[in-house]
Write a protein that binds this ligand. Structure first.
Ligand code: THU
Length: 126
């Protein structure tokens, strides 16, 4: 768990967040143990910005990974950071039961199961 948080912390250094000044790092561990990292990348057209979690996820999917065990997220927040709603929904698509390791830069962390953070997530059932 410490290793994954450390990878998220390292990647947080690459965050491009000149508008919010809020740097976030993520490290996503696939079922086979491969780790995909991500940081937030903002844009002058604010709405185009992407969160650290989704950066890691799209990197992983584009490399062929589909199932995930754990995701560590780190930001400089008073309590452990929690993922935004858009990221929760995107992650739910692949592994609803993955562990989210929520952490801050001061060493606080807690672990929750993704599905608990997004009850009744949208599914395309017809
Ligand atoms: N952000 C993330 O990267 N992950 C989250 O879970 C919440 C928000 C980013 C988006 C934006 O670049 C900055 O943090 C402030 O919202």
């Amino acid at each position: 768990m410490k290793d994954l948080i450390q990878k998220a912390l390292d990647t947080r250094k690459n965050a491009y967040a000149p508008y919010s000044q809020f740097a976030v790092g993520a490290a996503l561990e696939a079922e086979n143990g491969t780790i995909y990292t991500g940081c937030n990348v903002e844009n002058a057209s604010y709405g185009l910005s992407i969160c650290a979690e989704r950066t890691a996820l799209v990197k992983a999917i584009s490399e062929g990974a589909k199932k995930f065990k754990r995701l560590a997220i780190v930001a400089d927040t008073p309590e452990a950071v929690t993922p935004c709603g858009m990221c929760r929904q995107m992650l739910m698509e692949f592994s609803p039961e993955m562990e989210l390791i929520l952490a801050n830069t001061k060493g606080k962390s807690e672990t929750v199961v993704l599905s608990k953070l997004l009850p009744r997530a949208f599914k395309l059932a017809r």
